[in-house]
Design a protein around this ligand. Structure first.
Ligand SMILES: [Ca+2]
Ligand SMILES: [Ca+2]
Length: 380
């Protein structure tokens, strides 16, 4: 039943700067003012996230008791309803009211991208037509999910872009850097839906990969957003020499049978933290002529991390030249692919007879021993 519109005049006085202003307005029943509105697909929409905010007014107040019914051809009465954030007070004459989805309802752009229906406001003279457009969140348009950057570069810049999703009339997208597992990452220039990501100089040997978390949203509707994770791989450059490290922190003494052919007197660790070809190295031992044939390293080349044995073969000691005593050596590790990268450490080998009697007739008397004492000057 239609309620007849009540019309009467309200007079009130407004005091301002000493001037009395008289205003006269007609009271009228509830009036719903609406605009075309947009709803994000696949999201439960309630008064806290609805972007469809309308205005209901009545000079009579009592808005809390106004009834709304939705009438449409596509089951809209079971999809939509109007809700206040909180019940209006009896004296309220103008309050916002939100178009929301009923419980368990979500919209799909592919199913229906536009609704047209009427809202019938009890006490109002006319039905109010409403159009609801369904839209998708922003969509990422370019940039790979995995980026590669080279280590030791001053600043590497790549760009990430997003575009409005289907159905959305706005073109302004904001892309934000939410987080990154490489904290020094920076945001560069913002240029119309495209964001520059700046990666400062990074040492691959400290951090070989990281992730960047981004969010794209409509500038005016920040809740309609798309998130994205980008993995960044740091590619290697040959920026480290091989380094030699002894496995022990004092001199090593080994007793060697004179007829033995291969005795490990010590070993060292040689490591190059770069990748693949960038970590290949060769190892050599500089020693006096009398020791050179007898002292070798094995293996003589390595990749990455290797344990290198220093081996003595007494049968190759030159008998005539053999002098018991201390000999200075130098162990070298040289990068195979970068001649500027080399490490070396000084060492000494002291050879002395284990048995004070008897001769060290080399290579013939298995009972005769000697001792090799190896010292180096780089400890753990
Ligand atoms: Ca290297
Ligand atoms: Ca490197």
């Amino acid at each position: 039943m239609k309620i007849p519109r009540l019309v009467f005049f309200l007079l009130y006085a407004h005091f301002s700067t000493g001037t009395v202003v008289l205003d006269a307005r007609a009271t009228e029943g509830p009036v719903l003012r609406v605009e075309d509105c947009y709803m994000l697909e696949k999201v439960a929409i309630n008064v806290t996230n609805s972007q469809c905010d309308f205005i209901i007014s009545s000079t009579d107040g009592h808005l809390g008791s106004v009834m709304f019914t939705i009438e449409g051809d596509s089951d809209e009465e079971n999809i939509f309803e109007l809700q206040y954030i909180s019940p209006p007070r009896t004296s309220d004459t103008v309050v916002p009211i939100y178009l929301v989805l009923k419980q368990n309802q979500v919209l799909s752009y592919e199913t229906t991208n536009k609704f047209n229906f009427n809202v019938n406001v009890a006490g109002a003279s006319e039905k109010v037509p409403v159009a609801v457009y369904v839209y998708k969140p922003p969509a990422w348009t370019d940039g790979l999910s995995i980026e590669q950057i080279e280590e030791e570069q001053e600043n590497t810049i790549f760009t990430i872009s997003a575009a409005p999703g289907d159905g959305h009339p706005l073109s302004d997208i904001t892309i934000e850097l939410i987080d990154s597992t490489f904290q020094q990452i920076e945001v560069g220039q913002w240029n119309r839906n495209t964001l520059e990501i700046i990666v400062p100089k990074i040492d691959r040997e400290q951090q070989s990969s990281f992730e960047i978390y981004l969010e794209a949203s409509y500038s005016e509707h920040p809740r309609a957003s798309a998130v994205r994770t980008i993995g960044v791989l740091v590619t290697d450059v040959d920026d480290n020499p091989p380094t030699i490290q002894f496995n022990h922190n004092k001199s090593v003494e080994v007793t060697v049978p004179l007829n033995a052919t291969s005795v490990v007197v010590t070993n060292v660790k040689i490591s190059d933290p770069d990748l693949g070809l960038h970590s290949e190295f060769s190892v050599s031992l500089k020693s006096p002529d009398s020791l050179r044939p007898a002292l070798t390293v094995s293996p003589a080349t390595g990749v990455g991390n290797e344990t290198i044995d220093i081996i003595i073969d007494p049968t190759k000691l030159v008998e005539d030249d053999l002098t018991w005593g201390t000999f200075a050596l130098e162990l070298h590790a040289k990068s195979v692919n970068n001649e500027n990268f080399e490490d070396s450490v000084p060492m000494t080998v002291t050879l002395y007879k284990e048995q004070s009697s008897g001769s060290a007739s080399l290579g013939t008397t298995s009972a005769v021993l000697f001792t090799a004492l190896v010292q180096c000057w780089r400890y753990l």
